[in-house]
Ligand binder design. Structure first.
Ligand code: ADP
Ligand code: MG
Length: 683
């Protein structure tokens, strides 16, 4: 007898070699196999008259031969068999390739059932390579709904179907439930055993939908409980209460501009959090250019005035340096010392900064990953801020806040639709800066094809002659720094050979040494260079108000949110700014996506559209954000199930905060396993 932990190789019909193929699909045990879900189904219960069939449908037709059997060899070498069949309501063409057994099966005086997909050829419908079964024998091929599994080379649909069937028939007892019984009752869910049996072998689609809902719920519940457990974890924690937050008024007085209403509101929300002796866990969402840095700076100011230290971590060297430059100048006015830490730093500079930090002299520490990967310990750390700009995953966020006894703030420029923020940041409170500083002119965006290149060049040259500067974003390349560097250099050479001959253009890419990057950025910021060629991988947070033109090559290959991020590099000064999207190809869907970019500057709208058009995995980049890929659930269309699971997660923790009740043992296990990938801690 088998149980869920049995290795797949002990299943009948699976040898060493096939077991390895299953391993490739992530299936190691019988339990894994049972939760290996079909990606779609073949509905062989749907029998149709020929006059009722439509192109693109997969269905069954019953009929007999209305022609002779044509059998020949095609030019490609394939053996072809062609027949026409009739069911009295119409005629259907059928073609098989390389199916010698069919010739033996087909008889002119018999009736058959055919299952396959309907194509149109000219005015006729046809089926290619249908499954065939004589009507007289009630075989096992027809009259049921068959699962279709994601395959891998060497493993056929039938191999997987047979393996699943064997597993379901030979497993000892019932498949264990993960969802506690009280929750299953309350939310009217199937048992795991019933749900799993049903998704593999549904008898009808209503039952299937109910089973799928149960499995999606299970999946979401594990996820949501993981997120809730992170919150649970910080609940008992203490953080330094920052007594004086009113002093932030002095800080804002020193600024050369008035804070926006949204900035003030978010600063108030943060102030209320850091006044408490429990840790703040807050996410600040704000479109590019909405002024998130100043909000963070205000909080760090209050912390410094109370005698404690703050750390601000940025995803890239250039960005960290930029934060350091502007903030250290600002803080100097108040006598607050700032230190900087990055991987690319020279030894002497590093030593100096380390001293500043370790002596407690620097009350504001700014840096890159070096802040968490180095051995350095920041004394009296009370506030940890991560400027995420789309880059960090859940893990690093947790590490910077260390044992969870400091206030944490995460800033992101990606306006994440509420659905996803529940999953990614369910453990955080959310503040939104939904207002740009006054006087910003909306960026004028246009999407053009290859045939408008000349026009674009003339336009850009005109702007350069007016004294403005431009960014060129090079076509998207694979995520390897070497390949990327090469692509950037090649693109730069092309520009300089063509219309931009004699212009002062430089390239910037991830392969360069920090000091070199710094110099190049410096020359661009000072106006010495007219244009900068780069990829998206490079530091997008830089601020050069005189740069008013952004040209993006192969715009069709970028996600909308990413285009919006890139576009946010311009439109930061007094002059009208432009974003030109050059598309290598221009189909309907591409045109639709580009139109959204041209029509709106609203990051929230764009991200929602993006999510709708591309799905959550691609939207965020699963890997970077620790966003799990769902098997049964869909993060967009199953919003209601997700909400239910979210509530259920809170209910379970309310009843049993440490998950020590026996009925929660199984789910506790699953959360642990799941969270290991997300870098959170569950006791
Ligand atoms: P982001 O939210 O993209 O990080 P930044 O914090 O870099 O935005 O701010 C973008 C620019 O806007 C900076 O040059 C900053 O000095 C400026 N800025 C921020 N807040 C205001 C404001 N209230 N009024 C005018 N300019 C502002
Ligand atoms: Mg920023």
């Amino acid at each position: 007898m088998l149980n869920q932990n049995t290795d797949i190789r002990y299943l009948k019909g699976i040898g060493e070699r096939r077991a390895e193929l299953f391993n490739k699909l992530g299936v190691f045990t019988i339990g894994d196999l049972l939760r290996y879900l079909p990606r779609s189904y073949e509905d062989r219960t749907d029998v149709r008259e020929i006059r009722d069939i439509n192109e693109g449908e997969s269905l069954c037709v019953k009929g007999s031969l209305a022609s002779g059997i044509r059998s020949f060899r095609a030019r490609t070498g394939a053996r072809v068999i062609q027949v026409r069949i009739s069911d009295g309501t119409g005629i259907l063409n059928i073609t098989w390739f390389n199916a010698p057994y069919v010739e033996k099966t087909l008889k002119s005086d018999m009736s058959f059932t055919f299952f396959g997909k309907i194509n149109r050829r000219g005015t006729m419908f046809e089926m290619i390579n249908p499954v065939i079964e004589p009507e007289s024998i009630s075989g096992d091929k027809m009259g049921k709904i068959l699962p279709v599994y994601p395959c891998t080379k060497g493993l056929t649909q039938n191999n997987i179907r047979t393996a699943v069937e064997n597993a379901l028939n030979n497993i000892e007892g019932k498949i264990e439930d993960i969802i506690p019984q009280t929750i299953r009752k309350k939310y009217i869910l199937m048992s795991a055993d019933e749900a799993i049996r049903t998704v593999h072998m549904p008898t009808n689609f209503d039952m299937f939908e109910e089973a799928r809902r149960t499995l999606a719920f299970e999946e979401f519940l594990i996820l949501q409980m993981g997120v809730a457990s992170a919150k649970q974890y910080t609940k008992g924690k203490k953080a330094v209460p920052i007594k004086d937050v009113k002093c932030i008024a002095d800080f804002s007085k020193e600024l050369s501009f008035e804070l926006t209403y949204a900035q003030k509101r978010v600063i108030n929300e943060i102030s209320a959090d850091i006044k408490k002796n429990t840790p703040m866990n807050r996410l600040v969402q704000g479109d590019v250019g909405s002024g998130k840095t100043l909000v963070a700076a205000a909080a760090m100011y209050a912390v410094a005035k109370s005698g404690y230290t703050s750390a601000l971590m940025a995803p890239t060297e250039v960005l960290a340096k930029q934060h350091y430059k502007s903030l250290s100048k600002l803080y100097a006015k108040f006598g607050i010392k700032t230190a900087f830490l990055s991987g690319g730093q020279k030894a002497a500079e590093r030593r100096e900064n380390t001293e500043l930090i370790e002596s407690g002299e620097a009350k504001v520490v700014i840096g890159t990953h070096a802040l968490i990967t180095g051995k350095i310990k920041i004394p009296n750390l009370a506030l940890a801020i991560t400027d995420e700009q789309h880059r960090f995953g859940v893990r690093q966020r947790t590490v910077l806040s260390g044992e969870g006894d400091v206030h944490t703030l995460v800033m992101t420029a990606t306006p994440i639709p509420r659905t996803l923020s529940l999953i990614l940041y369910g453990d955080l409170d959310v503040s939104v800066i939904d207002e740009l500083p006054p006087g910003r002119k909306p960026i004028s965006t246009m999407a053009v094809g290859e045939n408008s290149r000349k026009k674009v060049e003339n336009f850009v040259l005109k702007k350069l002659d007016e004294g403005r500067q431009a960014y060129f974003i090079c076509p998207l390349v694979e995520e390897s720094e070497a390949i990327e560097a090469n692509a950037v250099e090649t693109y730069l050479a092309e520009l300089k050979k063509g219309a931009y001959k004699g212009r002062r253009i430089e390239a910037l890419h991830g392969r360069m040494k920090p000091a070199e990057k710094e110099k190049i950025m410096q020359r661009f910021a000072s106006g010495e260079t007219e244009a900068l060629v780069s990829t998206t991988v490079v530091e997008v947070g830089v601020d050069v108000p005189n740069a008013t033109v952004m040209v993006i090559e192969n715009a069709e290959r970028f996600g909308l949110s990413q285009l919006h991020q890139l576009r946010g590099r311009v439109g930061r000064g007094e002059h009208q700014s432009y974003c030109i999207l050059i598309c290598g190809i221009m189909g309907n869907t591409i045109a639709e996506r580009m139109k959204i970019m041209c029509d709106t500057n609203d990051g929230f709208k764009i991200s929602e559209k993006d999510l709708e058009l591309r799905g959550p995995g691609e939207f965020l980049g699963t890997r970077q954000h620790g966003l799990p890929s769902m098997k049964a659930g869909n993060l967009i269309s199953d919003m209601q199930i997700l909400r239910d699971a979210h509530n259920a997660a809170l209910e379970i923790f309310d009843e049993d905060p440490t998950l020590s009740e026996p009925e929660n043992a199984k789910i506790k296990d699953c959360i642990k396993k799941n969270m290991e990938n997300m870098g959170n801690i569950l006791n």
